[in-house]
Design a binder for this molecule. Structure first.
Ligand SMILES: NC(=O)C1=CN([C@@H]2O[C@H](COP(=O)(O)OP(=O)(O)OC[C@H]3O[C@@H](n4cnc5c(N)ncnc54)[C@H](O)[C@@H]3O)[C@@H](O)[C@H]2O)C=CC1
Ligand SMILES: O=C([O-])CC(=O)C(=O)O
Length: 313
C-alpha cells in the first residue's frame, strides 16, 4: 500500500493558527489544512496559498490548504484547535471563557464527525477549561485530548534562565506545572542547566524574579503587542507536541491532561509532566512535591476549578 503523508488540521487561521500551519509545513510533518469560519473563507485560502507558494523557496514538500469546510479535514491524524478570541491588555485569560467555550464546543462537534480517530491538541484560552470543554464535546478517550500550556510556559522559564546565566537554551531543563494562569507552578527544584541544579547557579532572589516573570509571561507579551497575544512561541509549542505524537517520540513534556487521582485531583484538567507519543498522553508522571510546592499546585488547581465551574454553569 502506498504510504501517504500525515494530515494535520489547524482550526483557527488567526495569529497562532497561521503561524502553526507554516511551522508544521516547515518541519514537513504532513499536509496542513487550515480552517476558519465561512465569513473568512477567502482570507483563509489566501493565507494557505501564500504559505504554499513559499514552499519551493524553502524546499518544503507539504501541501497547505485553507477552507471553512470540515469535509476537507476528514481523517486528520492530529487536529489543533486555536479557534477563539484572544485577550487584550487589562483582560485575564478567564475573561474569554464564555465566548471561547461556545466556539470550542462547535469546533469539536465538527472534528468528532470528520476525524473520529484524531489526537486533538487545544490551545484556545482559558486552555485548561477549554480542554475540559473539548473532552466533553469530543467524547474521545483522555489520551487523545491534550491541552497546550506547559511547553510554552516552560519555554519562557528556560528562556529567562538561559538569559540569566548567558548559556545555551539547549542545556536548560525545567518544568512548569499547574493551570495556565498566574498561579502556575515553575518547579525550581526540578530545574537544571547541563545537569547542575539552578539553585546552585542563580541566587534565590533572581530565581524568584524568574518564577514571577514566567507566571505573567503571557501578559508581558499581551501588554507589548497591545492588540492580541503571543503566537510565535505558542505555535512552536504546538508543533513540538504534534511532532511528539506523529513521530512517536515519547517526549517527556508537560501537557494539560485529565487527572483522575494523579496528584490527588479528580475530574480536573491541568498541566502535568507526561510521556507524549504515538498514542497521545501515554503516561502521567507524579513527581514528589514538597508541602510548599503542593500548596502552590492546590492553589492553581482551585483557579482552574473555578473556571470549569463557569463552563458548567
Ligand atoms: N494555551 C496557550 O498557551 C495559548 C493560548 N492562546 C489562545 O489561542 C486563541 C487564539 O489566539 P490567536 O490565534 O492569537 O487569535 P486570533 O484572533 O488571531 O485567531 C483566532 C481565529 O479563530 C477563528 N475562529 C473563531 N471562531 C471560529 C470557529 N468557530 N471556527 C473556526 N475558527 C474560528 C477567528 O476567525 C480567528 O481567525 C486565543 O483564545 C488565545 O488566548 C494563545 C496563545 C497561547
Ligand atoms: O497570554 C495570553 O492570553 C495567551 C497565552 O496564553 C500565552 O501567551 O501564554
Amino acid at each position: 500500500m502506498a504510504i501517504k503523508r500525515n494530515k494535520i488540521t489547524v482550526v483557527g487561521a488567526g495569529f497562532t493558527g497561521a503561524t502553526t500551519a507554516l511551522m508544521l509545513a516547515q518541519r514537513e510533518l504532513g499536509d496542513v489544512v487550515l480552517v476558519d469560519i465561512p465569513q473568512l473563507e477567502n482570507p483563509t485560502k489566501g493565507k494557505a496559498l501564500d504559505m504554499m507558494e513559499s514552499t519551493p523557496v524553502q524546499g518544503i514538500d507539504a501541501k497547505i490548504s485553507g477552507t471553512s469546510d470540515y469535509a476537507e479535514t476528514k481523517d486528520s491524524q492530529v487536529v489543533i484547535i486555536t479557534a477563539g478570541i484572544a485577550r487584550k491588555p487589562g483582560m485575564s485569560r478567564d475573561d474569554l471563557v464564555n465566548t471561547n467555550a461556545g466556539i470550542v464546543r462547535s469546533v469539536c462537534e465538527n472534528v468528532k464527525a470528520t476525524s473520529p480517530e484524531a489526537y486533538v491538541i487545544i490551545l484556545s484560552n482559558p486552555v485548561d477549561a477549554m480542554t475540559y470543554v473539548a473532552y466533553q464535546a469530543l467524547g474521545f478517550p483522555r489520551n487523545r485530548v491534550i491541552g497546550q500550556s506547559g511547553v510554552l510556559d516552560t519555554a519562557r522559564y528556560c528562556t529567562f534562565i538561559a538569559e540569566e546565566l548567558n548559556v545555551s537554551v539547549e542545556d536548560v531543563r525545567g518544568f512548569v506545572l499547574g493551570g495556565h494562569g498566574d498561579d502556575m507552578v515553575p518547579l525550581v527544584r526540578y530545574s537544571n542547566v547541563g545537569g547542575i541544579p539552578i539553585e546552585k547557579l542563580i541566587p534565590a532572589d533572581r530565581i524568584d524574579a524568574i518564577v514571577r516573570r514566567t507566571r505573567v509571561g503571557g501578559g508581558e507579551i499581551v501588554n507589548l503587542l497591545g492588540n492580541g497575544s503571543a503566537y510565535y512561541a505558542p505555535a512552536a509549542s504546538l508543533v513540538q507536541m504534534t511532532e511528539a505524537i506523529l513521530k512517536d517520540k515519547k517526549r517527556i513534556t508537560p501537557v494539560i491532561a485529565l487527572l483522575q487521582g494523579e496528584y490527588g485531583y479528580t475530574d480536573l484538567f491541568m498541566g502535568v509532566p507526561a510521556i507524549l507519543g504515538g498514542d497521545g498522553i501515554e503516561k502521567v508522571f507524579e513527581l514528589d512535591l514538597t508541602d510548599d510546592e503542593k500548596a502552590a499546585l492546590d492553589k492553581s488547581a482551585d483557579s482552574v476549578r473555578s473556571v470549569i465551574a463557569v463552563v458548567n454553569g
